[in-house]
Structures are given as structure tokens and as C-alpha cells.
Design a protein around this ligand. Structure first.
Ligand code: SF4
Ligand code: SF4
Ligand code: SF4
Length: 314
């Protein structure tokens, strides 16, 4: 029979589900032990019975519940509560579920500002759906991470999470463990570039020009991105994006880390710590354009991003 698993996607893009499929060979080992009883992104399974014959919303019971995406509307809230009730162990899969993710950047604005800008009255060649229609679920006040609403047992961060960690976490649960987490290391701890603990000083450059690197040479011949006066979130971001291979994926592609794995530990203040990291190599954080949004890009939940009072004259 295997361990029963239910999976749901809330305010999500399906990248996390693609990562589940990308577990590759490990998936072949896992599948005989898993019995997916509900996974709408892959299998047709309706909330009110397959033919709509039921009157109550229902998700089957499962030992493991996996949810990607945060909570943006009342429907998400409802599905999350049902998943929590029906799952013995609840996994937050991906940075949207864990921290609010990219969609939680909307928390910098009031809901009406976002709705006005995106759906109501903005000129478009593509008629927008009406967000005020009674069939459209009502937005919650902010985009929230799952653990702001229910108890989460296991968090697998990343945008998307690396398949190695999805397999690792599920194997740990199958072995009877009730907790799983990545070690508390920073992206910098796994980055092989040259570090001299100082930059050339001056303002932080925007990513409109290339880093200085030799495409034929290894990363161990490239200078640290922050020390090249660009902005890299490696110092305050949890390591693990390249799975067991370790070397951070964006730096492998010669681009800066943007923080998609979220903070290194619960309760960390990445914006404050990042300003310290920039200062320590001689850069002035105040020269970083739009720094509040950029430093909190993936973690708009948990109060990291909130609507600012309107500025005078705006
Ligand atoms: S964490 Fe990334 S991949 Fe997963 S749902 Fe959010 S945006 Fe998509
Ligand atoms: S700041 Fe970026 S480039 Fe520099 S060591 Fe950390 S991850 Fe690597
Ligand atoms: S380098 Fe940073 S932004 Fe890029 S994948 Fe890794 S954690 Fe995410």
C-alpha cells in the first residue's frame, strides 16, 4: 500500500511540483513506498467528489501532506486548514510555502493598490478577470507563509527546492523520523570563489554590466561577487540550492545569489545581517537601489515586508 501522501498547491507556480518529478532515480526508489491519494497538479481529484456529488469540501486523510505556495486568498486558507487536519506530518515545500516567496512582495502594498494596478482599470490588450466577481476567492490582508497560520512539521526551502532534499526529507520520514532540516550554513560557506574581505569601495553596481570572470577558468579563479561591488545575498542565505553537489547554482552561472533559499535560521534578520556583510567589505548599503525589496525578495511573509505609509506628495 505504501505511506499515503496528499499534495496541494496554493499561491504557487508549479515549479515545486516539477522539482518533485525531477527527483529522478530517487523517485523510482520512493514510489513503491508512497501512495498519492491527492495531488491535483498531476492527478484529477476533485474537492466535492469526482462528479461533484458531495456537498462538503474534502481532502483524503494522509500520513504526509505536502503543500507548495503561500496563502493569498480565502480558498488557500480553507485548503490549508483541511490539509493540516487530514495530514499527520505537514511539509511546507518551497520558499513560497516557507516564507511567502516572490508573491509576498505584494505585501509592500495595500491590496487595493495591487488590484487597481494589475486588474482594475489598467489599460491592456488582454481583458483582465474581474477580481471583485463573487466567484473569485477574496484576498487575505497579506500573503502569508504556512506556519503563520498552521503548525508546519518540516520545511524544504528553495525556489524551487532541490530534488535531492525532497527525496532526502521523504526518505527520513519513511524511516520513522518526524523532523528534517538542512544544516545551518550560508551560501558563502559552499562558494569556492576568491575572497579578500574587501571591495574597491564606492557605490554598489546594478546588474546591468557583467561580472569580471574568465569563462574558461573555474570559480576558484573568480573574485567574490560582493567584493566586485555587485550585490550577492550569499552571506545571509541558507546553503543547499545545488543539492548534494553544493556549489551555489547562481554563482555557478556567474550571477549573484538572490536569496531564494531564505534565511539561514529561524528568527534571523537577513536585511540587517546583509547590511553588515556589505559594510564589512567596504560597501555602503544605502547605495543599493530598492534595498528593502531586494534584500527581502523571497521572504515577504512573517512581517518582513509590509505596506509603508504613503510618502508625502505620493
Ligand atoms: S517556491 Fe518558487 S518554484 Fe515553488 S511555487 Fe514558489 S515560485 Fe514556484
Ligand atoms: S558573496 Fe556571493 S560570490 Fe561572494 S562568497 Fe558569498 S556567495 Fe560567493
Ligand atoms: S545561489 Fe542563491 S538565489 Fe541562486 S539558487 Fe542558490 S540560493 Fe537560490
Amino acid at each position: 500500500m505504501g505511506v499515503t501522501v496528499a499534495e496541494e498547491w496554493l499561491n504557487a507556480c508549479s515549479g515545486c511540483e516539477i522539482s518533485i518529478l525531477n527527483t529522478g532515480e530517487a523517485l523510482l526508489d520512493l514510489l513503491p513506498h508512497l501512495n498519492f491519494v491527492h495531488i491535483p497538479v498531476l492527478l484529477d481529484h476533485k474537492y466535492f467528489g469526482q462528479t461533484g456529488e458531495k456537498t462538503a469540501f474534502e481532502i483524503p486523510e494522509a500520513v504526509v501532506g505536502i503543500i507548495s505556495g503561500g496563502v493569498r486568498n480565502e480558498e488557500h486558507q480553507h485548503v490549508l486548514n483541511e490539509m493540516r487536519q487530514k495530514s499527520k506530518i505537514l511539509i511546507a515545500l518551497g520558499s513560497c510555502a516557507a516564507y511567502g516567496g516572490i508573491p509576498a512582495q505584494a505585501n509592500m502594498f495595500k491590496n487595493d493598490e495591487v488590484l487597481d494596478k494589475v486588474f482594475r482599470g489598467s489599460p491592456s490588450t488582454n481583458p483582465s478577470p474581474n477580481p471583485d466577481h463573487p466567484d473569485v476567492p477574496k484576498w487575505t490582508n497579506t500573503v502569508q507563509a504556512l506556519d503563520e497560520i498552521v503548525k508546519v512539521d518540516v520545511t524544504i526551502p528553495g525556489c524551487p527546492p532541490h530534488p535531492d532534499w525532497i527525496a532526502d526529507a521523504i526518505l527520513a520520514l519513511l524511516a520513522g523520523k518526524t523532523a528534517w532540516s538542512l544544516p545551518e550554513r550560508s551560501v558563502c560557506d559552499t562558494c569556492p570563489v576568491i575572497r579578500e574581505k574587501k571591495s574597491a569601495g564606492g557605490p554598489i553596481k546594478r546588474g546591468l554590466t557583467n561580472l569580471d570572470f574568465d569563462p574558461e577558468a573555474g570559480l576558484d579563479k573568480m573574485r567574490c561577487i560582493n567584493e566586485q561591488n555587485f550585490f550577492c545575498m550569499g552571506p545571509v542565505t541558507l546553503a543547499g540550492c545545488a543539492g548534494k553537489e553544493e556549489v551555489p547554482r547562481c554563482v555557478q552561472a556567474r550571477t549573484p545569489c538572490r536569496g531564494c533559499f531564505g534565511p539561514i535560521r529561524k528568527g534571523a534578520r537577513p536585511m540587517v545581517d546583509m547590511m553588515g556583510a556589505l559594510t564589512s567589505v567596504g560597501l555602503d548599503p544605502k547605495t543599493l537601489v530598492d534595498r528593502r525589496a531586494i534584500m527581502n525578495r523571497y521572504i515577504g511573509g512573517h512581517g518582513f515586508l509590509t505596506a509603508l505609509p504613503a510618502r508625502p506628495g505620493k
